[in-house]
Design a protein around this ligand. Structure first.
Ligand code: ADP
Ligand code: GN1
Ligand code: MG
Length: 370
């Protein structure tokens, strides 16, 4: 048995899955955590599944605080869903504790692991092929924000400090460029220039927050299409997952990160940049659905800044990929050399395309302002 298999065995033995475990394999497309799907065999030979994750130690320094947030939020959502007559087991995540009763398991090497029941009869998509699918995810993220409107924000830990602090992301990029520890800056001259030309943009949302124009809310902060589970039968977005970054934040960032990832027809690491363009029909469909889900909780100023949310989340994510490329790919998992630079390039191409369609994006949002 390899060292990795021995470790996985140790972790599986730390949990009571109800029935014998018959397999555990790598799962999903996340860039951060190590995700496995665990299968068990109940007596009737059906199959039960669980999601097992080793939380990224590069991203999360305090798994105890991270799990405190997740347990607080999932229990709060579970109660709200039950009160509204929903199915708690499908519409909210639920943490399965290890046999020792702790919220998560710490392995013999210090790694932190958690388990959730696998939500059945769902699809999880990497691209939004239809406006209906994208709208379903938007309604789910809008509802998620609305449901957390009354959540006690002061009880949440900041799991990643300065997560969507775009000014801080810019400073971190500059530091990585300054040290250029792997001499990679020579391969990304145009991307470095792109950041320099957009420095002032990095302050737009933060300035609006400082001026009191935009309110701080409890937000998800990682609203990729693959972080919502879609019901196989109804096509509705039923469960928002990946709650690692639920923290006080800006609603425009939740809107914007979905647009960044989903309002186009390419992979995040597409190398043919001619394929990388903002799809305004998808943008419109998502905006309508997100606002419907949020049910009137957003202020007019938040509506006004939605296009900025899209542009800034895309610019920021591009800077984060570029910073990680310059620093040796220590944060975002890569499967091939240069992948983080390719990811950066798609983000900057999308920013440029949003700038080319800026008036149309604003006109679409104007339709939804009172
Ligand atoms: P990461 O932070 O690495 O993105 P996620 O928590 O998003 O990790 O999980 C990775 C993938 O695992 C998801 O995109 C989804 O496909 C699947 N997944 C996670 N939790 C569940 C769940 N409770 N039920 C079904 N699938 C899940
Ligand atoms: C990461 O965890 P995942 O793969 O859903 C990252 C997001 C980025 C995204 C880019 C905790 O999301 O912030 O926008 O990759 N999550 C974290 O695809 O850093
Ligand atoms: Mg995810």
């Amino acid at each position: 048995m390899s060292a990795a298999e021995t470790l996985l065995k140790e972790v599986l033995e730390a949990y009571d899955f109800g029935y014998p475990v018959v397999g555990a394999a790598r799962f999903g497309h996340g860039h951060i955590n190590d995700t496995f799907c665990v299968h068990t065999q109940p007596v009737d030979d059906s199959c039960e599944a669980f999601i097992l994750q080793r939380m990224s130690s590069a991203a999360f320094k305090r798994p105890d605080q991270l799990m405190s947030n997740i347990i607080g939020v999932t229990e709060y959502l579970g109660k709200k869903i039950t009160e509204a007559g929903g199915d708690r087991s499908r519409e909210a995540m639920e943490v399965l504790r290890p046999k020792n009763g702790e919220p998560y398991y710490t392995d013999s090497e210090g790694g932190a692991w958690r388990v959730y029941p696998f939500v059945k009869d769902i699809h999880c998509y990497q691209t939004a092929d239809t406006p209906e699918l994208f709208a379903a995810s938007g309604r789910a993220f809008g509802r998620f924000q609305k449901m957390l409107d009354g959540y006690p924000a002061e009880t949440l830990f900041e799991t990643i400090p300065h997560f969507h602090d775009t000014e801080d992301r810019l400073a971190k990029f500059k530091a990585a460029l300054e040290s250029d520890s792997l001499s990679r800056a020579q391969f990304c001259g145009p991307e470095i220039e792109f950041v320099k030309a957009h420095e002032a943009d990095c302050s737009v949302a933060l300035q609006a927050l400082r001026e009191g124009k935009l309110p701080l809310r409890v937000t998800h902060n990682d609203t990729k299409l693959n972080n919502v589970l879609i019901d196989k039968h109804t096509g509705e977005g039923i469960c928002v997952i990946d709650l690692d970054t639920v923290m006080p934040g800006l609603s425009i960032n939740d809107f914007g990160d979905s647009i960044r990832f989903g309002a186009n027809h390419c992979a995040e690491d597409e190398q043919d940049l001619s394929k990388v363009n903002i799809d305004l029909d998808l943008f419109d469909a998502y905006a309508a659905a997100f606002l419907e889900g949020a049910g009137g909780t957003l202020t007019d100023a938040e509506l006004e800044y939605l296009p900025w949310g899209a542009k800034l989340m895309t610019l920021e994510c591009g800077m984060r990929f570029l910073t990680d490329y310059l620093s040796g790919d220590t944060y975002f998992r890569i499967h091939r050399d240069g992948q983080n630079l390719d990811r950066c390039r798609t983000q900057f191409k999308l920013v440029a395309d949003m700038e080319a369609h800026w008036d149309e994006m604003n006109a679409i949002i104007s339709k939804y302002r009172k």
